[in-house]
Design a protein around this ligand. Sequence first.
Ligand SMILES: C[S@@+](CC[C@H](N)C(=O)[O-])C[C@H]1O[C@@H](n2cnc3c(N)ncnc32)[C@H](O)[C@@H]1O
Length: 454
Amino acid sequence: MHLTAISLFSSAGIGDLAFQRLPVKMLVSCELLEDRHQVYQANFPDTHALSGDIWHLWERVVNETQKRLGNSELDILFATPPCQGMSKNGRGKLLQAVREGRKPPLDVRNRLVIPTLKIARTLKPRLIVFENVPEMENTLIEDESGRMVPILDLVREELGEDYDGEAQVVEFADYGVPQRRQRLITVFSRDAGMLALYHRRRTVFPPPTHAQRPSTGRLPWVTVRDVIAHMPPLDAANAATARGEDALHFVPLLDADKYFWVRHTPPEKGAFDNQCVACGFDQNPTHGNFRDAGGINRSSRDTPLCCLRCGKLLPRPWVKDVNGHRLMRGYTSAYKRMSWDLPASALTTNLAYACSDNKLHPEQHRVLSLKEALMLHTITDFDFQFARKDGRKVNTGLIYEIIGESIPPRGLEVMFSAWVKVLSGKSDDVFKSDWATADLPLFQNSTLPLAKSA
Ligand SMILES: C[S@@+](CC[C@H](N)C(=O)[O-])C[C@H]1O[C@@H](n2cnc3c(N)ncnc32)[C@H](O)[C@@H]1O
């Protein structure tokens, strides 16, 4: 006996891996970009893949789903619309563009919830789950009648009285993922079991399985050390040392300047705070951030680039111009090392760039290898290949995009495994506080490497 699901905005299907070990059949997927959907189709050959714009495809999504359901009802609609128009960074850039008259004030991508709701209203799935950035909670969109409305209010209105639900910001590290990643998960259901659970507990979210400070029923956060400490060392200085035996265990090279900054960055620190390697003076002021009068986060402008004792260049990020060297504009999180004993920082599409936030290996002179990123994103915990249905090669840039725009499937699997039990009419014991240690053998050994070969 299995449940049925459809996946909207499915990309290459990293999020859909959450269903791989659950009794759920993915009937239909929809994704705009053909390259990403090619990878999806190589991994989910039994799913009917509709590639293109959901505004044009929503009726076909409905028809194909109905065709596959026969007389049954759809159990799960899983929708992960793009977040660039909502994410903090995206919004900052958008506001700037709006002020400069370069973009309309509302990002049309935020309106993709509208065709999603058309599908939901027609198919009436028993459970609807949206995944997005926390900013979705505050995002306004223009509905089809031209009214400005908060997205979540529109979801509630359009689904009508049969459905009830909630949105929660979830920290994925609290669900056993070796990575900090906060997402807004919105869950609506018309299923009697789910509604009873919601009305009794005021939440449908299963208790977190992990915590920074473990307590009864919660395991310690899975750390970078737990997952990648055993990987062969690499070094971004040259081609011979930047590549391991595993085809995916490689890192981009760093040029001589960047390598100098990174090589002198101690564990737990960022390169902007590096001290003098010429005379050993270690009291040069470190870099800092402050909030200006308008409440905007700014980085210090007076952080020295030359040693206050010997005058030599410090190994801090610089740019060269006609006047010589000056400190690079940047925040303390750029050129910064991850901690061994915490989950990784969020793996974004920039994960191969040392200058991006917290992207350096905890102690080696490099960023994470692609293999390590796949492990920390929990992709290697599942059966997944970076292959295309048409047999063409998947380029590395696409893999970084796919990772950066997806959420680690292991955390979603924990949540869906609880909801699938309720939808299947099984006990809701999974909502006891110690359910993870009792129910999920997967989480008993959180200190073991999670990966199998990609
Ligand atoms: C946040 S990503 C989804 C991540 C995905 N669930 C995963 O697990 O990897 C959003 C996806 O929506 C797709 N998308 C954007 N606009 C779309 C549209 N108009 N119709 C269908 N898909 C669209 C993007 O190409 C992108 O792959």
